[in-house]
Write a protein that binds this ligand. Structure first.
Ligand SMILES: [Zn+2]
Length: 290
């Protein structure tokens, strides 16, 4: 069941957090330079020091289009990744969609924040003959050109994060829509670069009736990452993340945006709250009732 707290409206756009399951990752890797004594109060680690994280995808239903922001890790997680991250795909993205009465054919646009395997694994599906085909056969797949190039020719440092063989069929299918920098994706929906996690990492901004939802993806993977120095050790360019996140949050606070996070299990929609110097996140529904 998709709980009511996983659904919200921004003007006349309905936004639903869809899970592609959960995984576990070392808390130190997730929270970067922040000491365990600080982050452990927000995310209790297991015996192996791992925290449970969500694979969040967001379904955006505007009057014009149905969009999917990120596609999770997908059903064909490799053995190496499964063992390492303990993926639990119950439910998976396609089952989550089915709960809404939707099929892959109903998705018009897929936007990938970036192409690390846990954000685009559901883009393609493995066919019986071992080749890969688009999982959303009618969709346009919107990806930053720089990110696409990186994913198809990864360097030593980021090779474990990319799976080029699974992505290539998208280009051959004609469904791939490479964009350069910020730009419109659909009416009321805009791609916005928030670089740092990767050089061309992007967020997605949805605006309707004067309100804004922003999917920050791995720039702010959980509510705890609103703290500026809380930056994943997976980030390729942490200083860039710091700067991009600072600018993003300043705008989000000023304009009262609702935020979506890529890996927060408990808070699918967050609103910013300031207590003196400290910026915090509360569930968006709580903020609305104030
Ligand atoms: Zn991620």
């Amino acid at each position: 069941m998709i709980p009511p707290s996983d659904r919200t409206w921004i003007g006349d756009v309905e936004i639903i957090r869809l899970l592609d399951g959960t995984f576990r990752v070392d808390g130190g890797a997730m929270f970067g330079v922040v000491p365990r004594t600080l982050w452990a109060s927000k995310a209790a680690p297991d015996r192996e020091n791992r925290v449970t994280l969500a694979l969040n995808c967001y379904l955006v239903r505007t009057p014009d289009a149905t969009l999917l922001l990120d596609t999770g890790v997908g059903p064909d997680v490799g053995r190496r990744h499964t063992d390492f991250y303990s993926f639990d795909r119950r439910p998976g993205l396609v089952e989550s969609l089915a709960e809404l009465g939707l099929e892959p054919d109903d998705v018009d646009v897929v936007v990938n924040s970036h192409l690390h395997f846990d954000h685009c694994g559901g883009n393609t599906l493995k066919k019986a003959d071992g080749t890969w085909a688009p999982a959303f056969p009618r969709a346009r797949y919107v990806v930053q050109r720089g990110e696409w190039e990186q994913a198809l020719t990864p360097v030593e440092r980021d090779r474990p994060s990319y799976m080029p063989a699974r992505l290539k069929p998208l280009a051959e299918s004609g469904l791939l829509d490479l964009i350069d920098g910020d730009g419109p994706v659909a009416p009321g929906v805009e791609a916005v670069l928030v670089a740092g996690h990767t050089a061309f990492h992007q967020g997605v901004k949805v605006t309707s009736a004067g309100r804004t939802f922003f999917y920050a993806a791995d720039a702010v993977p959980t509510a705890a990452h609103v703290a500026l120095d809380t930056i994943m050790s997976f980030d390729l360019y942490p200083v860039a993340t710091f700067d991009a996140k600072k600018a993003l949050l300043a705008r989000a606070e000023k304009e009262g945006w609702v935020l979506g996070f890529s890996h927060d299990l408990k808070i699918p929609f967050g609103a910013l709250r300031r207590a003196g110097k400290r910026l915090d996140v509360v569930p968006a529904e709580e903020a609305e009732n104030d």
